[in-house]
Design a binder for this molecule. Structure first.
Ligand code: ZN
Ligand code: ZN
Length: 243
């Protein structure tokens, strides 16, 4: 599958010199989608239908509610709640009229299933997943087609482990022939280098808390623990759509 190229944002993120280019891009994408769903799109019938049926995950509901735009979210919540009432209606009726000796277990299971499916999706997560695939495709494509980008990758601080597999997966889609293997070898070596550097930095940071090292140079490792955690977990996540 070919993805649309996103050359400009990927190059821009590369120039930012961040801990992970994809984390930086995904933070921006998340911001854009939050603004989108709280903006005028909320009145668009097509978006309304999607919002009512899919909704948002807890992380993104809370991100939406932190924005100073209560009106948009009130509209979303109202119609989403009506849809939930509709889905639960018959089961609620059965439960309200349940007679002694009837088995409630099946109805409770069905209620759980309705609520589970109401909670299973998130429009922002879905958009972010597609966006990440386009960015990863572009990253690998540029590596294969622009020597300057390849140089920039070499000099960059790398990518986090959370985003590593999606980039590896793209080698077979964005590159042809021997370039795939060359990319995989290069990225694997770079990842090893980045990981060793992180481990080294965070180790030096631990040594600097010992009194005998009081006068030594921190070598810029005061925040190495934060960078190490970022490299392991990434800064922005989305829930994957169940397949
Ligand atoms: Zn990342
Ligand atoms: Zn979400």
């Amino acid at each position: 599958m070919k993805y649309k190229l996103e050359t400009i944002p990927v190059w821009d993120a590369m120039h930012e010199d961040t801990e992970c280019l994809f984390c930086s891009l995904m933070e921006k994408a998340e911001r854009r989608y939050i603004d989108f769903y709280l903006g005028s799109s909320v009145m668009n019938p097509e978006t309304r239908v999607k919002v009512n049926s899919v909704g948002f995950c807890p992380t993104h509901y809370s991100a939406l509610s932190e924005e100073p735009k209560p009106q948009g979210l009130a509209l979303i919540s109202h119609t989403h709640l009506l849809e939930t009432q509709r889905a639960l209606g018959p089961l609620q009726d059965s439960l309200k009229h349940i007679k002694k000796g009837k088995r409630a277990k099946k109805i409770i299971e069905q209620i759980r299933e309705v609520l589970r499916s109401r909670e299973s999706g998130c429009l922002i997560c879905e958009n972010m997943e597609m966006t990440l695939l386009r960015y990863a495709y572009t990253y690998v494509f540029l590596w294969g087609s622009e020597p300057e980008f390849r140089d920039a990758v070499e000099k960059s601080k790398g990518i986090c482990l959370h985003h590593y597999p999606v980039v590896l997966d793209m080698a077979s889609q964005a590159l042809e022939g021997g370039q795939q293997e060359e990319f995989l070898r290069t990225i694997a070596s770079s990842m090893d280098r980045w990981l060793s550097k992180m481990a080294e930095d965070v180790h030096w940071q631990t040594q600097m808390y010992k009194s005998e090292n009081r006068d030594k140079d921190w070598r810029g490792t005061q925040d190495a623990h934060k960078r190490a955690i970022h490299h392991e977990t990434g800064s922005v996540r989305f829930i994957k759509k169940e397949s």
